[in-house]
Design a protein around this ligand. Structure first.
Ligand code: TRP
Length: 461
């Protein structure tokens, strides 16, 4: 998408692949298992799925609809529909969230690049034991040069893809990479079924364990749903602006959410059997997949090649997601100020890189952003970025997008856009009721509960 004319995806499949490319990424493979482990397992997963269906899906439809109606990036979209109004702030909140998410996302993606290198050099087999494989991760996060270097490398890749305009690359890549990733995960699940810890893992992921479940887990489930579906900051709005007019929105959104959720669940069914079979801690945090998945590869026949392929696919899944974050930021400044794509892209990319350095240093023992900050605030800089964006900014953005679509925009415009190109127009009323009542109330209550205000008033736990 360069120059004046806005491009469109070639087909519904093009949009679904691109949007699923944005949705499916480290959020599914890295973040979902790690947050599930921290939040106690089964009940968290159940709440997550309910949130995805009842809150995520209607919000996604709203975002895509706003994008297609306005053919604009977030801030301009609100401007077109409502003029100079506080609603512009929702667009800017999204741009800010995009900056912050990409800054730490790129650090994690950097780790996955290092894991390609470790796989190529056969480091996992050489390491031998689960403990030694875990030590490889600990060594990586403690190394400032490696972290900042890989972060720089990944940001450079992201910026160069977005420089060329999103559609040319994404549609073609996603068509091959997404199915490949899906097949590899299926294969890994099949391997995990035969591990001694599979039963325990399946119970951990699917059986409701009340003990470890708190209100914090409800907030985490809401945040994970928004993060994984790329919602609440205008990424789906931006991608929706490239959706052809004759393509139905509800069905496309359902496809994206289904693919996204399936891949997250598959990833958990790979990670936790390994975790339990090798006596690891499910609540290990952000290092969970890096410490567990390589163990499986180090022990299976053909594991050397498969491990390389797997981490290469994860890197690509991270790229198709990171470009959607960079694209929101980029298209925003292009649409608003008419700046050149390459100028915006390079400048914002550089700023995001710099802003991500404290996250890249969060595992370094002597850095003030890591252990020191954690001792003071219970979170490293990296943890703060992750927590604030996913659990607070995205749900808040989603709430405002739902309210805007439900109560503020022109009714006939909304109806027409929802019903265009779909046989699912009959769901319009149902969707509206969700947007009017359930989505705002549920998000509001979870956020309010999590601020502790309800506790102060003596309501709720
Ligand atoms: N959803 C992506 C993932 O799961 C991450 C991502 C891409 C994202 N674009 C986003 C998250 C926009 C929130 C908002 O890895």
């Amino acid at each position: 998408m360069t120059g004046k004319g806005r491009g469109t995806w070639a087909s519904r499949l093009g949009f679904v692949l691109a949007a699923a490319g944005s949705a499916v990424g480290l959020g599914n493979i890295w973040r979902f298992p790690y947050v599930t482990g921290k939040s106690g397992g089964g009940l968290f997963v159940a709440v997550y799925i309910v949130f995805t269906v009842l809150i995520g899906l209607p919000t996604m439809i709203a975002e895509v609809l706003l994008g297609r109606t306005t053919q604009s990036s977030p801030v301009k979209a609100f401007h077109k529909l409502r003029g100079r109004s506080p609603w512009l702030g929702v667009g800017w909140l999204g741009v800010a969230a995009g900056f912050m998410i990409l800054s730490f996302y790129s650090v994690v993606a950097g780790w996955t690049i290092h894991y390609v290198y470790l796989a190529v050099t056969n480091a996992f087999e050489v390491a031998g034991s689960a403990d030694n494989i875990g030590a490889l991760f600990d060594a990586l996060v403690a190394n400032p040069w490696a972290n900042v270097g890989y972060h720089l490398l990944f940001m450079s890749i992201t910026v160069s893809v977005v420089l060329g305009g999103v559609q040319s690359g994404i549609e073609r890549w996603s068509k091959i990479l997404m199915p490949a990733l899906f097949l590899m995960l299926l294969g890994l699940v099949f391997y995990s079924i035969f591990l001694p810890g599979f039963g325990k893992a399946a119970s951990f992921v699917f059986a409701p364990h009340m003990e470890a479940f708190t209100f914090g887990s409800v907030l985490a489930a809401l945040g994970q749903a928004f993060f994984s579906l790329s919602l609440g900051m205008g990424a789906m709005l931006t991608y929706g602006s490239y959706l052809p007019k004759e393509t139905g929105i509800p069905k496309s959104a359902l496809w994206v959410a289904t693919l996204d959720t399936t891949i997250a669940l598959l990833s958990s069914l790979v990670v936790f059997p390994i975790t339990f079979s090798f006596g690891m801690e499910p609540a290990a945090g952000p290092g969970l997949i890096f410490k567990s998945i390589p163990i499986a590869f180090s022990q299976m026949p053909g594991g050397y090649v498969l491990c390389i392929i797997f981490f290469v696919l994860v890197v690509f899944a991270a790229i198709t997601s990171s470009i959607s974050l960079q694209e929101v930021v980029t298209s925003n400044f292009i649409d608003l100020f008419g700046w050149r794509r390459w100028k915006v892209c390079l400048t914002t990319g550089a700023i995001i890189f710099v802003f991500g350095v404290p996250s890249a240093l969060s595992g370094v023992p002597s850095s003030p952003f890591g252990p020191l900050l954690k001792a003071l605030t219970d979170r490293t800089f990296f943890d703060w970025m992750d927590y604030l964006t996913a659990n607070w900014m995205l749900p808040l953005g989603g709430l405002l997008i739902a309210v805007f679509t439900g109560f503020v925009i022109d009714r006939s415009l909304r109806r027409e856009e929802f019903k265009r190109g779909t046989t699912w127009g009959g769901l319009y009323g149902f969707w509206l009721v969700l947007l009017w009542v359930l989505v705002p109330t549920a998000i509001f209550v979870v956020l309010l509960q999590s601020t502790g205000v309800l506790g102060l008033l003596g309501i709720g736990g």
